[in-house]
Design a protein around this ligand. Structure first.
Ligand code: MTE
Ligand code: MO
Length: 400
């Protein structure tokens, strides 16, 4: 067992022991915590009390992370281990009591209308497998102290969503208005009266092109979308970061400008550490190529082991995954296995290895269909968004 070391981030007991790995560039990189322990809150919140508490790291009642080894090997992440991230308290259970009665306003089309979920179900249907990954997934791997949950790998899951393609709804309502450049979705949480709407509202704009693949989903992994995940109706924008997948969606507008909500104007903007958020900085829209090992992640017996994990390419299919057991000095191509659920789903990869007693630094590096290779390290950015570097996504495994 590695020496346990408590790092500056209060949540982690780390098996890294303060060791360093030598990356491909020959530069020694300290390994950040790979495995979170401890829960900050004892209980699952009421709206998620059906989840598996042993699979989730509980930061708050609104932020629950899937443990690295709990994602499983079934491609699709089971609902009871799927992470949760809510910016605001979800609506009450009454919202999902009669899902077909939930209403959504469609604006910025030739014939704007309010439609119920029941009506949407008659307009069209499609199913898409896609990853929901929080922009802050991997925040715990950065050195700088950024606000927000110090997620490691588990603010991500892959689900199968069923709903109506947004383009079918748009077609039904006569097409988008000429001026439309963005698709803007608004969450249905109640906003406390004393608070300014734009300060807290979950409203996100994505480029209009994203509409082509987006669906308004009422089903997740074959069940009505649970309240915890945005039921009765959720905007699903395949290949885009979690925040763009607006839960409890109440309004979809095809707009000339981006939303004036704080989370659009200054939030979810990538900028250097210390700089304020502004509309001219890149928005957290399309995800980047990324992978990580989910087994083994700590200790292992000597002999044969199947090293496996998940890999994805954001909006591109993942084409190749390489695995290293020596911190990135040498690589071997892993086998991509399991059903291909489409370009927005993740793929499982596996590499058998014969491990003798010793210490290993195991990591993976994905390549997408466009030849984009997962980065070795992720430059610090103010809000510590999406750490995707294979250096710190590595795990230290002691084999004895
Ligand atoms: N209405 C609404 N939609 C939302 C959020 C929210 O707080 N309210 N959180 C967003 C964020 S930041 C993420 S990462 C994902 C999380 O989805 P999940 O809780 O289903 O895993 O939902 C997004 N959609
Ligand atoms: Mo998020």
């Amino acid at each position: 067992m590695n020496e346990m070391l408590r790092l500056h981030r209060r949540h982690f007991l780390v098996g890294a022991g303060g060791t360093a790995i030598v990356g491909a560039t020959g530069v020694s990189v300290p390994i950040a915590p790979a495995i979170a322990e401890d829960n900050d809150v004892a209980e699952l919140p009421d709206y998620a009390d059906w989840k598996d508490p042993t699979a989730l790291i509980r930061y708050t009642g609104l932020t629950l992370e899937t443990r690295r080894d709990a994602i499983g090997t079934g491609v699709v992440t089971p609902l009871d281990v799927f992470f949760i991230r809510n910016n605001l308290n979800p609506p009450g259970e009454a919202a999902v009591a009669d899902p077909d009665a939930w209403e959504v306003e469609i604006e910025g089309v030739a014939e704007p209308r309010t439609l119920t979920v029941g009506e949407l179900k008659r307009i069209g249907m499609d199913t898409v497998a896609t990853i929901v990954q929080c922009s802050g997934n991997g925040r715990g791997f950065f050195d700088h102290e950024a606000s927000g949950s110090p997620w490691l790998t588990g603010a991500a899951g892959c689900a199968v969503w069923t709903g109506v393609p947004v383009r079918d709804v748009v077609e039904e309502l006569g097409g988008v208005v000429d001026a439309a450049r963005f698709m803007t979705s608004t969450g249905g949480e109640e906003i406390p009266e004393e608070v300014e709407r734009d300060e807290v509202i979950v409203e996100r704009s994505v480029p209009l092109e994203a509409m082509e693949n987006a669906i308004l989903a009422w089903e997740m992994n074959g069940e009505p979308v649970p309240l915890a995940h945005g039921g009765p109706l959720r905007m699903v924008v395949p290949g885009y970061y979690g925040i763009n997948n607006v839960k409890y969606v109440r309004r979809v507008a095809f707009t000339e400008a981006e939303s004036t909500a704080n989370i659009q104007v200054s939030g979810y903007r990538v900028r250097p550490v210390g700089e304020s958020g502004a509309p001219d900085q890149p928005s957290m829209w399309e995800m980047k190529v990324k992978s990580w090992v989910t087994h083994p992640i700590m200790n292992n017996a000597t002999g044969r082991v199947q090293i496996y994990g998940v890999a994805f390419g954001g909006t591109n299919p993942v084409e190749r995954v390489d695995v290293s057991i020596d911190g990135g000095q040498t690589w071997e191509e892993a086998r991509i296995i399991g059903p291909d659920l489409g370009r927005y789903a993740w793929r499982l990869f596996v590499l058998p290895a014969e491990l003798e007693a010793g210490d290993y630094t195991i990591t993976s590096r994905a390549t997408d269909s466009e030849g984009n290779v997962q980065e070795e390290t992720t430059e610090p950015n103010h809000r510590a968004y999406d750490y995707a570097g294979w250096d710190r996504l590595a795990v230290n495994v002691t084999v004895s």
